[in-house]
Design a protein. Structure first.
Length: 360
């Protein structure tokens, strides 16, 4: 007779037959591996929960007056550390005929053979006496798709190619070429119209930013006067180019935002009119004027700054041999809403500058 209590062995058998036998303990789910991008990339972690898409960005550096010296190598090291998507060379590269390939090898050795080191001529290689722009173009060819014009002399390109954020327009006013003549950028000349059309075309395509690059400045507190041409410079302002980059003067200088209007019928070199300054702080608004920056700090010896120059009050910041000397590069980041720029000194220098332009 059973006592009413099921033996333990029979209970275990019943549980097994019923499929209720407890299994071994399961380990907790393992965490997914964390992946990281290679240097210079922005691959998100696999554990990221952010649903916000990356903001499209154009990141570039710009400087001119380079040479093949230790200073030039320091500036290239600075550029390499910033990891831009491209660099704008603002003229004057090897400073000696026959050294063009050495210059190019220095650049590609520091930045890589596939890096877009985009050039426009300076006066030292335009006429062949200190190098030849044709040789520079051969060993540092265009790397950007969709380029229009003559690379090395006068060209523009929209970057990136799809949904561009910036139109880069590179021109060569005020420079002598092999025949001893300067290219004609006078009012209503073909090259004047080409440049104006390139600026207008960017606006018609709703490209957020226009950046003009050329070797010669107009305004300067350095060694040179308005080699770029007064009328051509005023046209850039009238067309509301956002940023105009130059070299030639071996220093750094950055203007206030300058624009025409009732108080400034025209910008006059070697003079000052407060009515031409539309914004004098470091945070500016697009459409109010143009910022001019000379970045002749790519490695060649620096020039003095003349802070008593009649044009000095047009400038917000400067650096030269006698004032906070620095070799270095301008570093620029553009999104659809903001262009932010800063001067980044090479190793051993401390001068800095920063400014931004916001879209309305």
């Amino acid at each position: 007779m059973w006592s009413g209590v099921v033996p333990a062995a029979l209970l275990a058998l019943a549980l097994l037959l019923a499929g209720c036998q407890p299994g071994p303990p399961q380990p907790p789910p393992s965490s997914p591996p964390v992946t990281s991008g290679s240097p210079g990339t922005s691959s998100p972690s696999a554990t990221s929960t952010s649903s916000e898409p990356a903001v499209p960005t154009a990141h570039f550096t710009a400087q001119g007056d380079v040479g093949v010296s230790t200073g030039a190598r320091k500036v290239l090291d600075t550029i390499a550390g910033l990891r831009p998507q491209l660099n704008l060379g603002l003229g004057d590269y090897s400073y000696e005929a026959g050294l063009e390939q050495e210059f190019c090898d220095m650049v590609t050795g520091k930045l890589g053979t596939d890096f877009p080191y985009q050039v426009v001529t300076g006066n030292h290689e335009s006429d062949g006496h200190d190098g030849d722009i044709a040789n520079i173009v051969k060993c540092l060819p265009n790397k950007l798709p969709g380029l229009q014009g003559e690379y090395g002399t006068q060209w523009y390109v929209d970057y990136p190619e799809q949904k561009p954020l910036v139109r880069f327009i590179m021109v060569s006013p005020g420079i002598e070429f092999h025949d001893g003549n300067t290219l004609n950028y006078s009012r209503n000349s073909e090259r004047w119209k080409w440049t104006a059309d390139a600026l207008d075309g960017a606006k018609s395509r709703n490209i957020p930013w226009t950046v003009v690059g050329m070797h010669t400045p107009c305004l300067s507190v350095g060694k040179y006067h308005c080699q770029a041409g007064r009328n051509f410079t005023n046209m850039l302002m009238e067309k509301k180019a956002d940023l105009v980059l130059t070299g030639h003067d071996h220093l750094y200088q950055r203007s206030h935002q300058l624009g025409g209007g009732p108080g400034c019928p025209a910008l006059v070199p070697d003079a000052f009119s407060s009515g031409c300054i539309t914004d004098s702080d470091a945070s500016m608004v697009q459409g109010e004027g143009t910022v001019f920056a000379t970045v002749g700090t790519g490695g060649a010896g620096l020039y003095d700054v003349r802070d008593d120059d009649s044009e000095a009050r047009y400038f917000a910041a400067w650096s030269g041999r006698n004032r906070d000397p620095a070799l270095g590069t301008l570093d620029v980041t553009a999104t659809a809403d903001r262009l932010a720029a800063r001067f980044v000194p090479a190793e051993g220098y401390t001068f800095t500058d920063a400014f931004s332009i916001e879209r309305k």
